[in-house]
Design a binder for this molecule. Structure first.
Ligand code: PMP
Length: 384
């Protein structure tokens, strides 16, 4: 068997042994009391993760893109006009989905490495009668984190529905559905929850549910949340067979989140990001993403002169760590290091050591051990 490597791409993320164990349990009936209890527990804990008491959670076999499609098809009618706030790759995908279903939308595209500013958003809302605004919280291609809370404030003013793609954020960065006024938060299992891919995860606000109920017909069947609603209220009912093992694994992932505590989990993500960035800076590496927009869940790192993408990632993999290359325009210019989910300080230190060793072997000059020392120092600081 091949030696296991540390998977630090921006999702899927390393899977905790407890989650692996739960995946490996024998499959039970999807209507058995034991599975129904676990499904209910997962739905209840999901609400806690996004700080909602009134929101309606949905956990459906699929992935993040299905969650994007579900969010749009269940709230955007042909007469609606959507404003997509895009930081890059995944905002463009939102627009592609709208186009595929002949739905109307405009997009504001921020320069790569930044997010759309609240002022730009407000100017556009003042120009046209938009009924829905969509934003990516963290764009996984550029590492940019958007000011979701400020966007939500503006949506309130303009009375538009607000959809947030939290695929690279939910469970790792704070997102408060009720307090901030988010109408749909969509995500997937494989990023900050550290669960293998396989689930589309959404929470709808009461307002978003009303919007769906007021739309008579939508161009969807499996993606129609009204078909799923009875199951989410009582998982012993049937619509389409739920992926039993994956949902149990997700439930175990959510238990880990609850045991750690949300506050502590968000702090850990922030501290991990700080430790990694301080170490990389010490090694002389720079980030692609602009300073005020840096996400706490991944880093997009520029290659120094003379370091080639393919060689670097190949040798790094031989040294035990898998990272991702650049997407789209950034291909060959950057590598992406995911640091979300259930990542421990010792895994981070291992990865930094592997990066240092790889760069050195490729002829890059750095002072050995300095970056790792900085990261260890940050991990040892007391947090209040
Ligand atoms: N949105 C964001 C921000 C993502 O990072 C991704 C996946 N990388 C998606 C949507 C799509 O998710 P999936 O690949 O699970 O379909």
């Amino acid at each position: 068997m091949q030696k296991e490597k540390l998977l630090l791409i921006p999702g899927p993320t390393p899977v905790h042994p407890r989650i692996i164990h739960s995946l490996s349990l024998p499959t039970v009936s999807h209507v058995s009391p034991e599975f129904v209890a676990e499904f209910k527990e997962a739905l209840a804990n999901l609400k806690k993760v996004v700080f909602t008491s009134q929101g309606q959670p949905f956990i459906i076999a699929g992935a993040g893109t299905l969650a994007m499609e579900i969010a749009l098809l269940n709230t955007v009618a042909p007469e609606d006009r959507v404003l997509v706030l895009s930081q890059g790759y995944f905002g463009q995908r939102m627009r592609d989905i709208l186009v595929s279903f002949n739905l109307q939308g405009d997009i504001i595209q921020s320069p790569l490495g930044r997010a759309v500013t609240p002022e730009e958003m407000e100017n556009k809302l003042a120009e046209n009668n938009y009924t829905v605004v969509v934003a990516t919280h963290v764009d996984t291609a550029t590492g940019a984190c958007a000011p979701i809370r400020s966007y939500a404030e503006i949506c309130k003013e303009y009375e538009t529905l607000f959809i947030v793609d939290g695929v690279c954020a939910t469970g790792g960065i704070e997102e408060r559905l009720d307090d901030w006024g988010i109408d749909i938060l969509l995500t997937a299992a494989q990023k900050c929850f550290g669960v293998p891919p396989g689930l589309a995860v959404l929470v709808f606000s009461p307002r978003a549910m009303i919007k769906r109920k007021n739309m008579t017909k939508i161009p969807a069947y499996y993606s129609d949340i009204l078909r799923w609603l009875p199951i989410m209220k009582d998982p012993s009912k049937y619509f389409s067979t739920p992926c039993v093992n994956e949902i149990r694994a997700f439930n175990e992932g959510l238990r880990l989140v609850m045991e750690e505590g949300l506050r502590e989990r968000f702090r850990r993500h922030a501290r991990t990001a700080r430790a990694i960035r301080a170490a990389l800076a010490e090694m002389g590496l720079s980030l692609f993403t602009q300073e005020p927009f840096l996400a706490e869940t991944l880093s997009v790192i520029l290659y120094p002169a003379g370091i080639k993408d393919k060689e670097f990632r190949q040798l790094l993999a031989e040294n035990g760590v898998i990272v991702a290359g650049g997407l789209g325009e950034l291909m060959g210019r950057v590598f992406r290091l995911g640091h979300m989910g259930n990542l421990s300080p010792s895994q981070v230190i291992f990865a930094l050591e592997a990066i240092e060793k790889t760069l050195t072997a490729l002829g890059y000059k750095l002072e050995k051990g300095r970056g790792i020392e900085r990261a260890e120092q940050i991990y040892s600081e007391k947090i209040h």
